[in-house]
Design a protein. Sequence first.
Length: 122
Amino acid sequence: MKFVNPLPFVADIGRAKRFYSEVLQLRILEDHGDFVRFDDGFAIHEGTSLHRTVFGECRDEDASYGRRNLVLYFEDEDLDAAFKRIAEHVDLIHEVRRQFWGQRVFRFFDPDGHIIEIGEPM
């Protein structure tokens, strides 16, 4: 067995695609309308469509997908430059700080409320 990638549900695929491609600067490899895969293996799926596929029914349109219980982790060689580029566009959880294990990271919410962590490579 091989783990391939996380696939978070998103409420607005266009908004999420713009966020990940423009703010986080991930390159889009595939765009199928309700599913987008980026060059690093990360992918997003429009929530109502995926909910219907997985559960065979429509979901409550107003319910939030991000539940503050999932962290999507990315690394950037220049963490300070990434913070400067991203911070003004997001709902920041905290600025760059050193963790007890020595790594510097910052965290914020994506448009659907999923936690994003960006750290320097260890």
